[in-house]
Design a protein around this ligand. Structure first.
Ligand SMILES: [Zn+2]
Length: 277
């Protein structure tokens, strides 16, 4: 196997714990192994699958994946990426866990600029395989894992990144170091407002509130900052269609009945919540 693909897992004993017995996992040959000899292979692409067989899930949606890829490639989330880099740069943080990382765009880009230790996981094996294949620096420790039972040691992570992804606050508290940071990105109230206005006659409400998500965050973490990050982009018809298909707020709308052709701009609005453990 390609040594360069494996090298990134050499310091695994600092972070990973066995999902079966919770002991530390160390790299031995091409596997991560605990003292009870539970063994997890490092795949040739450069990731580890920690999901036990019975838990293996097929929740990979190829169309959604491609739509998201198109939008990211077009740079429509770059203002969020750049703000995250700026925030992390100014925090006393050496290592980062990216939760529900999907195809790994943010982790790869953050590593390129900041050269921090990055661990990143998703429950979808197909997503992680893609993430690892696109990681030309062989830098990020990718793994397939379960948010409810992270294969991560107690008090081992300085920072958790949770970008448009579900949270598990008790797991987050368990794995964060004392004074560790949780950075959570959620949609802002003007997110894709151009599409919602266009669809308003088919929506129960064309406004969106992130209050519930914010309240839940504040119940679990001391909020040290909240930053609005928003930008309106001109979009091609392809990118507009990708947004229409991806936006959960439009899932119950028959989008074929709407003439979208005069929607030439889309606003990507988010809030970055920064919490301290
Ligand atoms: Zn074990």
């Amino acid at each position: 196997m390609n040594k360069e693909k494996i090298k990134r897992f050499e310091n695994s004993a600092d972070f990973f714990s066995c999902p079966i017995c919770k002991e530390k996992l160390s790299m031995q040959g091409t596997s991560l192994v605990c003292t009870n000899n539970h063994n997890f292979d490092i795949s040739k692409y450069g990731y580890v699958n920690f999901l036990l067989n019975m838990k293996q899930q097929k929740n990979y949606d190829k169309e959604n994946f491609e739509n998201r890829g198109l939008i990211l490639k077009d740079g429509l989330y770059d203002h969020i990426l750049n703000k995250l880099i700026e925030i992390i740069k100014n925090l006393p943080v050496d290592n980062i866990l990216d939760v529900g990382c999907g195809e790994g765009y943010y982790s790869r880009e953050i590593h390129k600029v900041l050269q921090k230790q990055l661990l990143a996981f998703d429950i979808s094996k197909d997503s992680i395989q893609q993430a690892a294949r696109h990681d030309l620096d062989n830098a990020v420790k990718w793994f397939v894992g379960d948010l409810a039972q992270l294969p991560i040691q107690d008090n081992s992570m300085d920072c958790i990144l949770d970008i448009f992804s579900p949270a598990n606050y008790s797991e987050f508290h368990r794995i964060l170091t004392k004074n560790g940071y949780l950075i959570k990105v959620i949609p802002g109230e003007n997110h894709v407002i151009e599409l919602r206005q266009k669809a308003s006659q088919f929506l129960r409400s064309d406004s969106y509130s992130n209050k519930k998500v914010k309240d839940y965050f504040e119940e679990h973490f001391e909020t040290v900052d909240e930053i609005a990050v928003t930008k309106t982009y001109p979009v091609s018809a392809d990118v507009r269609n990708a947004f229409i298909q991806m936006t959960p707020l439009l899932f119950n709308v028959d989008t074929e009945r709407i003439d979208w052709s005069d929607v030439g701009n889309i606003t990507v609005d988010s809030r970055i919540l920064i919490g301290k453990s």
